[in-house]
Design a protein around this ligand. Structure first.
Ligand SMILES: Cc1cc2nc3c(=O)[nH]c(=O)nc-3n(C[C@H](O)[C@H](O)[C@H](O)COP(=O)(O)O)c2cc1C
Length: 194
């Protein structure tokens, strides 16, 4: 797929921890996206005031700023630490302030970091949530297990894992702006009785 205009890639970081591995991995993802010609924005949810979502206060705190930044995206990458077998509550809160206006038809990439060896449940949960928002979820996803062994001085120590993070960044740019289902002629063809 050719990239003609500059695509804009937005990352949501679901860890508020100083020195977060998730944030480090997202920074690398966005750096790879920038190398493919994109502009980028890392939305650090720790820096936004986002109270637990209340449907009676959908514009609470910095919700309007969050939605504005997410709406600017041609593709979004959701990054989260694994918390109790799923993704973090701060990311859930951010997603609840958003909806179809931010996600429908938008390409989404997924990245999960875990302390243990099995980050995949959080990836599955985020894939399901993204589908509920009518996003286009990329098949290539990134799982970074045993995080404290995976990083050294802010860099991923495993070359193959680092390449996968870079590939996610490149995929986000390559598939950003996918707009609709491709036209098909056969799927909708109704047989005629002669
Ligand atoms: C509340 C909490 C729950 C966690 N639950 C899990 C878990 O279920 N499985 C796991 O492998 N790691 C779990 N961890 C470890 C984190 O996934 C790990 O420390 C990760 O690196 C944190 O990401 P961060 O560095 O971006 O903050 C948990 C950590 C916290 C604070």
């Amino acid at each position: 797929m050719d990239v003609t205009d500059s695509e804009h890639i937005v990352a949501l970081c679901g860890s508020q921890r100083e020195g977060s591995y998730t944030r480090q991995a997202l920074e690398r993802t966005l750096s790879a996206a920038a190398s493919s010609g994109a502009t980028t924005d890392l939305v650090d949810l720790a820096a936004l005031d986002l109270p637990v979502f209340d449907p009676d206060r959908p514009d609470a705190g910095d919700a309007t700023e969050l939605r504005r930044r997410v709406r600017e995206a041609d593709a979004i990458v959701l990054g989260t630490p694994m918390y109790h077998g799923s993704y973090s509550s701060v990311l859930k809160t951010a997603l609840d302030y958003c909806g179809f206006d931010e996600f429908e038809g938008t390409v989404v990439g997924l990245l999960v970091v875990s302390g243990g060896g099995f980050p995949t449940p959080a990836l599955e949960h985020l894939r399901s949530v993204s589908r509920a928002l009518d996003a286009w979820v990329l098949p290539r996803q990134v799982a970074i297990p045993t995080a404290h062994d995976a990083f050294e001085d802010g860099c991923l120590t495993d070359e193959a894992l680092a390449e996968r993070v870079d590939a996610l960044g490149a995929d986000l740019v390559a598939y950003a702006g996918v707009e609709s289902y491709p036209e098909t002629t056969t799927a909708c063809a109704v047989p005629t009785a002669d």
